[in-house]
Design a protein. Structure first.
Length: 325
């Protein structure tokens, strides 16, 4: 009887472990949680952003460092002028292409039916890839509706797996326009988001449409002068976990359900940023982080400023000063 009781207890414990395993969030081999987007495609929620990499060659090395450290999501854009470096890193890494999530963005000068499909082919050529996992319209100016129609065609052609909107938090008009025009609903919204600007209202709008939020400037960006790192609340939480303020901030993003793409070219920072899956913030610590919200953005260019940058100076991705995002 005792033996039977022990066997039954062991079986129940095993079953409980199996159930717990299936209840856990799916992750990559490095422990990065994966989200199923509204089209059923699965995306790693943590990656490296390549905005403001010093050069295409440095970008290649940054991506290689990231991939070796366990990253499986790389965010680039035509305007960053480093897509070729991303593509070379993917090939040189030796990691199967299907295990790496590649995101890029179209610049407004590439928007328009017919024009955008050609730009997508050129993007694939620059990265030497057969497909892009996630493609954004980078800024909500110009003929982004025409671009979206071509992006939808690219999805049907197998050249793109998911579609996103970047910086469409600019105003209600651009948001409503793309939502009404889209046959394929956006899968991801990318915008500035961090503990000082938690973007509560935009998150509600995205959630209502089943759209995943992805955060740029998650650590505040250079314009913040390290304000988040100096915050006493964040510093205290970091000390309690034996982590850096940056790691606590990124962990907060993950536990809030965001996708997050911190940018870095320093190999030490790249490795540090991903070391956030071996600890967890408590409910009280998460509430402390949420209490920091001031809806204070560090990048405050208006939509009019962006339009001037794109059209007023005759800019193109190959020549312009690099835009944010």
């Amino acid at each position: 009887m005792k033996l039977l009781k022990n066997l039954l207890l062991s079986a129940l414990m095993l079953w409980g472990g199996v159930c717990a395993t299936y209840a856990q969030e799916k992750t990559t081999t490095a422990g990065v949680p994966v989200v199923k987007l509204n089209n059923g495609v699965e995306m790693p929620r943590f990656g490296i952003g390549t905005f403001l990499q010093p050069s295409d060659e440095v970008c290649e090395q940054s991506c290689l460092t990231a991939l070796k450290a366990g990253y499986r999501h790389i965010d680039t854009a035509h305007a960053y002028q480093d897509e070729a470096g991303v593509g070379r890193a993917v090939k040189e890494s030796g990691i199967p292409r299907e295990e790496i999530w590649i995101t890029s963005k179209l610049w407004p000068t590439e928007y328009g039916e017919g024009k955008t499909l050609k730009a997508i082919d050129e993007m694939l050529d620059r990265m030497q890839l057969d497909y892009i996992d996630l493609l954004y319209v980078h800024q909500p100016v110009g003929d982004f509706v025409g671009a979206w129609k071509d992006m939808e065609k690219a999805v049907k052609m197998g050249k793109v797996r998911a579609l996103g909107i970047s910086n469409f938090d600019a105003n209600d008009e651009v948001w409503n326009t793309i939502m009404q025009a889209a046959t394929i609903k956006p899968q991801v919204l990318q915008m500035e988001c961090h503990p000082y600007a938690q973007r509560v209202e935009m998150r509600k709008k995205a959630a209502a449409e089943g759209i995943q939020v992805e955060c740029w400037f998650p650590l505040g960006g250079a314009m913040s002068n390290g304000a988040l790192f100096k915050d006493p609340v964040i510093k205290k939480i970091a000390e309690a976990h034996g982590k850096t303020p940056a790691q606590v901030i990124l962990r907060w993003h993950i536990q809030e359900g965001f996708s997050v793409i911190p940018g870095a070219s320093n190999p030490d920072y790249i490795k540090e940023n991903i070391q956030i899956f071996d600890f967890q913030l408590t409910d009280d610590e998460m509430q402390q982080m949420r209490s920091l919200n001031k809806e204070k953005r560090f990048f405050n260019a208006t939509l009019e400023d962006v339009e001037k940058m794109v059209w007023g100076q005759g800019c193109s991705p190959a020549k312009e000063e690099r835009p944010v995002g």
